[in-house]
Design a protein around this ligand. Structure first.
Ligand SMILES: [Zn+2]
Ligand SMILES: [Zn+2]
Length: 367
């Protein structure tokens, strides 16, 4: 193609301006409607912000909930995603822990570090943060993302880190560990049931073993995920579509039930299963995102000394888990089954939406 000097000059200038203000992002346009499209590149809005260029990101089950229309706080035009690692492009004046070109892990929870809830380490309830990325502000499934309160919402990545493995620390490993393992008070010798062998259930299975429970029973409807569970350290697997789960659990536990039952699905049937298999003095730890009421069977539980816990991840365990991933005590990479380029994200969503057929756990998108 031949340009006249006049055209070439202006064309070049136009291209340069476009490149500096336009990026690509996965944008939500209402239930069932998303698109990989051009969008304005984020800039610093507050002095505590950082702009991060995404190196690796992933898709979460929560993104599928959003696309079903289950999360009304997500509105038309929102960039999805709350997980990833990246490199700092720019920081606001008040950011002191990070500078341009630092590699960082992005937490799914944004924390101001100063409000009453943050001071209790309850970052998920930060008064001006919490789970906002890919929810009420634009998220990480994009070429660039703005991270508010960068000092307290990003983590530095060691130089020799396997960045793919660290993406598992943005959300699923701390979620499984805090909402499942810590809330479920798992101890050496315990018998633990994990209901749901998706990425969160498997992250719970991996992190539960930090406390050496004697037995871990994995319950799901998908034989592939149950087989994966065995390679992750489950001592028993139960397929709930072909077996009577309560009978099997009672047989395995000598009719006692389990010391901890961890719900990692988010539907009434799986929570009620936890109520049916819990031993006296046991703990039911809910992780699943529930959209419907669940029956609390107090007629059978009232005298059983059980504890029920709920909560969203606070990510207070992230620095500890990061060390264990680094030292390979935690095999985070085992959760990754598929790889795509960031601009193939529409295809990656198709794979993740057909997780059972595709045998997909976590997909990694690389820019
Ligand atoms: Zn997530
Ligand atoms: Zn706060």
């Amino acid at each position: 193609m031949v340009f006249t000097p006049w055209c070439a000059g202006n064309g070049h200038q136009y291209y340069f301006i476009l490149k500096s203000i336009i990026m690509k992002a996965l944008v939500y346009h209402g239930p069932g409607d998303k698109n990989w499209e051009e969008k304005e590149k984020p800039g610093i809005l507050n002095p505590t912000d950082a702009i991060v260029k995404i190196l690796k990101t992933t898709i979460c089950g929560t993104d599928l909930h959003i696309l079903k229309g289950d999360v009304p706080t997500v509105t038309n035009g929102r960039t999805l995603g709350h997980e990833g690692v990246g490199i700092i492009e720019e920081v606001g004046n008040a950011v002191s822990n990070f500078k341009k070109d630092d590699h960082v892990l992005i937490s799914c929870i944004t924390a101001c570090g100063k409000c009453a809830n943050c001071r209790k380490q309850m970052y998920s309830h930060c008064e001006t943060g919490g789970w906002i990325l890919g929810n009420t502000i634009d998220g990480t499934q994009a070429e660039y993302v703005r991270i508010p309160y960068a000092d307290t919402s990003l983590y530095p990545i060691p130089a020799d880190a396997d960045e793919e493995a660290l993406v598992m620390l943005s959300d699923i490993l701390p979620t499984g560990f805090e909402c499942g393992v810590l809330n479920g008070q798992i101890k050496p010798g315990d018998t633990v049931a994990i209901v749901g062998a998706g990425p969160i259930g498997l992250a719970t299975l991996l992190t539960a073993q930090l406390f050496s429970p004697a037995e871990i029973l994995m319950i799901d409807q998908d034989d592939n995920r149950l087989n994966v569970s065995k390679t992750f350290g489950a001592t028993h697997t139960i397929n709930s579509s072909t077996e009577n789960v309560t009978e099997r659990v009672m047989k395995i536990t000598g009719s006692k039930g389990v010391d901890a039952a961890i719900e990692a699905v988010g539907i009434p049937a799986t929570f009620e299963l936890c109520e049916a298999i819990i031993a006296p003095g046991g703990r039911i730890a809910n992780i699943g995102v529930h959209g419907k009421p669940v029956t609390l069977h107090l007629e059978s539980l009232w005298d059983k000394n059980i504890t029920i816990t709920t909560g969203l991840v606070d990510t207070s365990s992230t620095p500890m888990l990061l060390k264990n991933v680094q030292s390979q005590k935690l095999a985070a990479k085992k959760l990754i089954t598929h790889h795509f380029k960031l601009d193939q994200i529409m295809e990656a969503y198709k794979t993740f939406e057909n997780a059972a057929n595709e045998k997909a756990l976590k997909v990694i998108l690389t820019s």
